[in-house]
Design a protein around this ligand. Structure first.
Ligand code: NDP
Length: 274
């Protein structure tokens, strides 16, 4: 049996096993995909043990994406720019790393939601691992001017430097948001829903043609998407489609087959009650 896993801490909530089991059934591939909870101290040892036990690939979620990059003998260009790895691929006796978060978001926005990203003035709120994964992919997809706003402004600057952003890209703190005008695409890439919540956002950030995207899903996306609707953004998207698309890209890396994501996306929506 081919062995795959998702590493996280905590990881009990992960929907990746259900997604990969559905992809595998669709493609008639027999595999085992388990959750492995490893604390930061235990992560490198747990990945090594998984490799020795025949593990062929893994997904990596919070808080291990940076540590995963450090374990890899080679990383893809998109993982290098993101500085983070969410997909490990076994190659001989070493791990190769990839980051499929960004391409997952872009595919969800373009293919599932029919958004033309080209030229869209874009605001990313947050500068953590997810923001670093999606920003390069959005630039590659042709978005217009990019602003990254973060609670800790220095991290927004670090992000732009790390991803080789064009000189026109700007970094700022959340207190600058009322002065920035309207964006065609506003992405909430913060983990604020897990903590004290996001500061009140000004309605001036969006217009009727704007798309507002929260990388979280379920209850975690509700506050931001409610704000976006009330502020007048024409389109609201949560992160469930990105979750399925990044998984499909990992699946493609491991098995060389692209699964049909639509039925799996519909299955997860149904799990959530529609
Ligand atoms: P990180 O912990 O790496 O980054 C957290 C970010 O959130 C930082 O920019 C941090 O700011 C900011 N932040 C945290 N709390 C607050 C707050 N109260 N107010 C303002 N900013 C805050 O997390 P990730 O980047 O990995 O994840 C971010 C989100 O993206 C999560 O909701 C996660 O679930 C989601 N995600 C979704 C995926 C999908 O497939 N749909 C894939 C990956 C992530 P500071 O720098 O100041 O601390």
């Amino acid at each position: 049996m081919k062995r795959y896993a998702v590493f996280g801490h905590p990881v009990a909530h992960s929907r990746s096993p259900r997604i990969h089991a559905a992809f595998a059934a669709q493609c008639a591939i027999e595999l085992e995909y388990t959750k492995i909870d490893a604390s930061p101290d235990a992560f490198a040892g747990a990945v090594a043990a998984f490799g020795r036990a025949g593990g062929l690939g893994a997904n990596v979620t919070l808080p291990h994406k940076l540590a995963a990059a450090a374990l890899c003998e080679q990383v893809s260009d998109r993982a290098r720019r993101a500085g983070a790895v969410n997909t490990l691929v076994r190659a001989s006796n070493a791990w190769h790393g990839d980051n499929t978060d960004g391409v997952g978001l872009v595919r969800d926005l373009q293919a599932r939601h029919g958004l033309d990203l080209h030229g869209r003035r874009t605001l990313i709120i947050g500068a953590g691992g997810a923001a670093r994964g999606v920003a390069p992919a959005l630039l590659d997809a042709g978005i217009g001017a990019l602003v990254v706003a973060n609670r800790t402004p220095a991290s927004a600057r670090t992000l732009l430097d790390a991803i080789d952003a064009p000189a026109s890209a700007r970094a700022c703190g959340l207190d600058s948001l009322p002065m920035l005008g309207a964006f065609d695409l506003v992405i909430n890439a913060t983990a604020a829903a897990r903590g004290d919540g996001l500061v009140a956002l000004p309605a001036s950030l969006v217009h009727t043609g704007s798309a507002a995207v929260d990388l979280g899903y379920g209850a975690a996306a509700a506050a931001f998407l409610d704000w976006a609707r009330d502020a007048g953004a024409g389109v609201q998207v949560d992160g469930l489609g990105m979750l399925v698309e990044q998984a499909a890209e990992s699946f493609m890396r491991w098995h060389g087959i692209r699964p049909n994501t639509d039925p799996v996306y519909a299955m997860l929506r149904a799990d959530d009650g529609g």
